[in-house]
Design a protein around this ligand. Structure first.
Ligand code: AMP
Length: 213
C-alpha cells in the first residue's frame, strides 16, 4: 500500500500514520520528523531548516524532494509506505508523481484527514511529548492517568518549538494557501479518500482503515 496522508497541522497525520505502520508493517515517512532529526543532529541541512520550521514556513521543495527520494530508495519502502507531511505544495505533488512513475510504483490513494478548525487549534496548542517515554500527549484531550504516568516517571511535558500560538497560526495559513490545493489535485486524479478525523484516535483509525479497505 502506497499512500499520502493529507491534512492540516494537528489533523492527526503522525498519530494515524504510526498506527497504520504498526498494523501494515510499512514505514511512516515524515518529512517533518526527518527535518527535526537533522536539526537535532546539527547537520547543515538541519540547521538551515530549523529557522524555517520554527517560523512555520515551508522548507524549499527541492530540499524535501531530495530527502524523500533518498528515503523511498530504502529497501523497507518496497513493500509500501505512508507519506506523512509530504507533499505540501503542488510542485512537490508533481515531483512525487514523477518519482513514483520512474520507480514504477504509483500511489494508491491520498487520504484527507478532515478536522474542524477549533479542534485543530486545541490539538496543536495542547500537544506535548513526554520527555521520559516519548509518548505524544495532549493537555486538553489525553486522559489524566496518561499525563500523570509521564510526570510520575519523572518526565516533563515538552512542547514542540513550532507549537507556539504565533507559529501555529502561520502554519495553518500556509496549509490553507499552499497545501489545500492538493485536495483537488488528488481528487482530479481519482485518488482522494476522505476521512472524518474528529474524535478519539481509535475511532478515526477505524474510519481510516475502512476507507483504505
Ligand atoms: P510537520 O511535522 O509535518 O508538521 O512539519 C514541521 C515543519 O517541517 C513544517 O512546518 C515545515 O516547516 C517543515 N516541513 C515538513 N514537511 C515539509 C514539506 N513537505 N515541505 C516543506 N516543508 C516541510
Amino acid at each position: 500500500m502506497r499512500i499520502v496522508l493529507l491534512g492540516a497541522p494537528g489533523s492527526g497525520k503522525g498519530t494515524q500514520a504510526k498506527r497504520l505502520m504498526a498494523e501494515r508493517n510499512i514505514p511512516q515517512i515524515s518529512t517533518g520528523d526527518m527535518l527535526r532529526q537533522a536539526a537535532a543532529a546539527g547537520t547543515n541541512l538541519g540547521l538551515r531548516a530549523k529557522a524555517t520550521i520554527d517560523a512555520g514556513n515551508l522548507v524549499p521543495d527541492k530540499v524535501v524532494l531530495a530527502i524523500i527520494a533518498e528515503r523511498l530508495a530504502h529497501p523497507d519502502a518496497e513493500a509500501g509506505f505512508i507519506l506523512d507531511g509530504f507533499p505540501r505544495t503542488t510542485q512537490q505533488a508533481l515531483d512525487l508523481e514523477d518519482l513514483l512513475e520512474e520507480m514504477h510504483t504509483p500511489l494508491d490513494a491520498a487520504v484527507l484527514l478532515d478536522v474542524d478548525f477549533d479542534i485543530l487549534l486545541k490539538r496543536l496548542t495542547g500537544r506535548r511529548t513526554c520527555s521520559k517515554t516519548g509518548k505524544l500527549l495532549n493537555i486538553y484531550f489525553s486522559p489524566q492517568e496518561e499525563i500523570d504516568e509521564c510526570l510520575e516517571a519523572g518526565g516533563e511535558l515538552i512542547q514542540r518549538d513550532d507549537d507556539n500560538e504565533e507559529t501555529i497560526s502561520n502554519r495553518l495559513d500556509v496549509y490553507h494557501q499552499r497545501t489545500e490545493p492538493l485536495i483537488d489535485f488528488y481528487r482530479e486524479r481519482g485518488k482522494l479518500l476522505f476521512v472524518d478525523a474528529d474524535g478519539p484516535i481509535e475511532d478515526v483509525f477505524e474510519r481510516l482503515t475502512e476507507a483504505l479497505a
